[in-house]
Ligand binder design. Structure first.
Ligand code: SF4
Length: 225
């Protein structure tokens, strides 16, 4: 195996071990229901997690299934979304449920290439639904993941690197973990490299560590005169 292959494996192993102890308990991480996963992904676009945590259960209580949302009037959907902003997401989600009912027999497809044809679904959301609902080993590169991969691997093709990193049988956990790392440790403004679980396998983190070590004053035994 090449050195970069070994580094990728070590990176993933550290990341998954860290996720076991550091992951936030978020309601959409407790479900594999494709509709519920899709609702969370639409809500999380451009909205803080804490805000979505508040709206998500309320929206699902009103529209618990894809069928219920597909049957709803636009006015009712708008009301249920009120306070979350970017109403266009709600109308896209509503349109999606109607297309899924008509074209896919009421069940969201599991193939990102089919998902991306649905209203409001871009490459990230398609990957997220395929992985978080169906455990497909596909990348889901949002802004957090993009940042982590660029910093860690200096990668020009982030999607390709993300795909190479995914362990086939733990795709769900890997994608959740790398998002979690970007959201809580490898943040946009102040990455916390010294406490990052993958710092030894990250190009940026290992450089930071090396420069910190080189600036520490060398040990000099005291001279007894
Ligand atoms: Fe981000 Fe620093 Fe961790 Fe690298 S070591 S992934 S730059 S926080």
């Amino acid at each position: 195996m090449t050195a970069s292959g070994k580094r990728r494996i070590a990176f993933t192993h550290k990341l998954l071990t860290w996720y076991d102890r550091a992951a936030r308990d978020l309601p959409w991480r407790r479900t594999r229901d494709p509709y519920r996963v899709a609702v969370s992904e639409f809500m999380l676009q451009q909205t803080q997690v804490s805000r979505v945590e508040e709206f998500y259960p309320r929206f699902l209580a009103r529209f618990p299934t894809i069928e219920k949302l597909a049957q709803a009037r636009p006015k009712a959907v708008r009301e249920a979304w009120e306070g979350l902003g970017y109403y266009r997401r709600a109308s896209n989600l509503h349109a999606l449920t109607r297309v899924v009912r008509k074209t896919y027999g009421g069940k969201l497809p599991d193939d990102p290439e089919e998902l991306v044809k649905l209203p409001g679904v871009g490459p990230y959301t398609a990957g997220a639904i395929a992985c978080f609902a169906y455990e497909k080993p596909v990348p889901a590169v949002d802004t957090n993941v993009n940042r982590v991969i660029k910093r860690a691997f200096a990668s020009r093709d982030v999607w390709k690197t993300a795909k190479a990193l995914i362990p086939k049988r733990r795709a769900w956990k890997f994608n959740q973990a790398i998002m979690e790392l970007g959201a809580t440790v490898c943040t946009a403004r102040k990455p916390r490299c010294p406490e990052c679980p993958v710092r030894l396998y990250c190009k940026t983190g290992s450089r930071t560590l090396a420069s910190r070590l080189s600036t520490v004053a060398p040990f000099r035994p005291s001279v007894i005169s």
